[in-house]
Design a protein around this ligand. Structure first.
Ligand code: UDP
Length: 195
């Protein structure tokens, strides 16, 4: 696995195809706990101003370049990253795999009406997914009760759309409660799904 460091954040240098087939798919199949951050320039900038957030980001198994700004920065450094790997695209790849493999998915975030619609649309488009639950994102991220109730559902994939930095903080705070699971913050993706 190759990485390119931008402002001391190591980005995975891979195509989406390789990333999915060689890194993500095997981890899902082995039920290996995984945390992925799709980092855009805003996240990189924020991480550089907040060490606690930077520590969370760099604790992830993979940090992918989300946004042309990251690709441009890698070119200026003469270490061009191969491809953007965005949260939205990755989410859709995860849904595709979950559909095929009948994986358990939990969706956390966005406004109540948005997450309800998003959940219906996901289930319509991917009937093979076992959607074990969802919750809106206007929560206290420290809430252990909610996190425990999600962990008890034993989801294979947990997507958080709480906006950054809250979505990554939620993952980092509650990660130890889970025995397995693929965790990723997806920003405004549920809003896009809900249309
Ligand atoms: N969101 C949420 N809880 C919050 C703040 C935001 O669930 O306390 C949701 C919001 O409804 C949206 C998503 O997080 O669906 C992304 O929000 P935003 O676009 O502000 O995030 P960013 O693009 O900054 O990550």
């Amino acid at each position: 696995e190759k990485y390119v460091e931008i402002l001391s954040i190591p980005f995975i240098d891979s195509t989406m195809d390789e990333f999915i087939n060689q890194m993500i798919y095997p981890r899902l199949m082995n039920q290996e706990k995984t945390f992925v951050v799709t980092a855009n320039p805003e996240i990189v900038e924020y991480a550089n101003e907040h060490q606690d957030y930077k520590d969370i980001i760099t604790s992830a198994d993979y940090i992918t370049p989300d946004g042309v700004g990251i690709i441009m920065a890698s070119k200026w450094l003469n270490q061009p990253l191969q491809e953007r790997i965005t949260g939205f695209d990755l989410m859709n790849e995860l849904f595709r795999i979950a559909d095929e493999q009948a994986l358990k998915v939990y969706l956390l975030g966005a406004e109540e009406a948005v997450i309800e619609t998003a959940a219906v649309k996901v289930q319509e488009k991917y009937p093979g997914i076992e959607l074990v639950g969802y919750n809106h994102g206007y929560i206290d991220i420290k809430d252990e009760c909610l996190a425990k109730s999600i962990a008890e559902l034993e989801p294979d994939i947990i997507l958080t759309a709480l906006g950054f930095p809250r979505q990554e903080k939620w993952v980092s705070m509650h990660y130890p409660l889970f025995k397995k699971g693929f965790f990723m913050g997806v920003g405004g993706s549920f809003d896009v799904l809900a249309g």
